[in-house]
Design a protein around this ligand. Structure first.
Ligand SMILES: [Zn+2]
Length: 387
């Protein structure tokens, strides 16, 4: 397809990140559809962890769908795409291997530590809130944008974090597209967004939906969406709805990159945007939700009790029952064959939605995740995200 931006609302911005070493400068590329200020608005980014590739192909196909819709005059809201959200991480090649997820310079996860502006926004809006929810939403959005813009960002990665949040923080919909190691489609959402946001996992064919109000570490999706329920708690006398449907979408496993899957996912995101009023058209019937939403506190993160070779007895998408063996660890160094195999069981009944891709483990590594219905005692009140 030949893009002709002169015939469309499609605009491309390039935002330069601060120079971190002489002779290098990286950019964020931002693709925009729709008239400035149009509502509803959606923000979609991908590859925040850098080595998570499926979303890049999904946004490529979604861009094509949006372009066609735009040419037909059917983009009534505004859509912002950031198809490569982390050019810093993408540069981290070590001996031929792309090393994403953590910033090599300091070991910090790229999806943690987003600016938390709740306190400052609360200070600025406290005297201006009213009993009209839509007025409160407009007031809060205006101050969130200002306070994020004022947030100090002295280095390349903090500037990148701040810029991504700036692009997302006043959107009605914010979708952060990731992937897991080996996994089925699954979605993380803020608990206050449920069940209103059910159309997202239903349309995507998500096989697990995990809900948390605060998961710990202040990841991107909670920085964009969580401020709404934080402010609602601070100001219980005023109506403050969860005005940003913010989600982390895990597009299966890292190797699930194909035109077939990406076209299907892009088509489902496009239908979701139609249903949410950003694009004119018929979204078709909403597919049935494949699996009930579960609390993130109910996820059994199965740990390796010992070192050895991991043999999975269950695969992502399989349903397991509490007490059922989900994997074995074989110790190749064992003195006797009958003592070389350790079976590991699930603590919960539910769907195994992801497991690691490597097959050698060390004690304490999280090997797989199973979505149970009830909070597990050791998952309540703790950081729910993995490193
Ligand atoms: Zn990720």
């Amino acid at each position: 397809m030949k893009y002709d931006n002169a015939m469309s609302t499609r605009q491309i911005d390039s935002i330069s990140l601060p120079v971190t070493s002489p002779g290098t400068q990286r950019q964020l590329k931002v693709i925009r559809y729709g008239n400035p200020g149009a509502r509803p608005s959606a923000y979609l980014q991908t590859a925040l962890h850098a080595d998570e590739i499926p979303g890049m192909l999904v946004l490529h196909h979604l861009d094509g769908l949006l372009y066609e819709a735009d040419k037909a005059g059917n983009v009534s809201g505004a859509v912002v795409l950031v198809p490569v959200a982390n050019p810093v991480g993408l540069s981290q090649y070590i001996r031929g291997h792309l090393s994403g997820r953590f910033e090599l310079g300091n070991g910090v996860n790229f999806n943690r530590n987003y600016p938390n502006v709740t306190d400052e926004v609360a200070n600025r809006v406290s005297s201006g809130l009213s009993h009209a929810a839509d007025e409160n939403v407009a007031l809060i959005r205006q101050h969130v944008s200002t306070v994020v813009a004022e947030h100090p960002a002295p280095d390349e990665v903090s500037f990148m974090r701040k810029t991504l949040l700036m692009l997302a923080c006043d959107a009605d919909i914010c979708l952060d597209l990731h992937c897991d190691a080996e996994a089925v489609m699954h979605v993380y959402l803020g608990t206050p967004l449920w069940p209103d946001a059910m159309d997202l996992p239903a349309q995507l064919g998500s096989e697990a939906t995990l809900l948390a109000e605060v998961s710990g570490g202040h990841p991107f999706d909670e920085a964009a969406g969580g401020i709404w329920w934080s402010l609602a708690k601070r100001f219980p006398d005023f109506p403050i709805p969860p005005a940003c449907l913010s989600a982390t979408v895990e597009l299966r496993g890292g190797r699930n990159v194909s035109h077939g899957l990406a076209r299907r996912d892009a088509d489902n995101l496009f239908r979701f945007l139609i249903r949410r009023g950003l694009i004119e058209g018929d979204p078709g019937p909403l597919p049935e939700l494949l699996a009930a939403a579960m609390p993130l506190e109910g996820v059994d993160t199965v740990q390796a009790p010992c070192a050895g070779v991991v043999v999975y007895l269950k695969e992502p998408g399989d349903h397991v029952t509490a007490g059922e063996a989900v994997l074995e660890i074989v110790d190749p160094w064992s003195d006797a064959p009958d003592s070389s195999v350790t079976r590991v069981c699930s603590r919960v009944s539910g769907v195994m939605y992801s497991h690691r891709s490597d097959r050698l483990t060390r004690p304490g590594q999280t090997l797989c995740r199973i979505a149970g219905a009830d909070p597990l005692p050791d998952r309540v009140g703790v950081n729910l995200l993995s490193d």
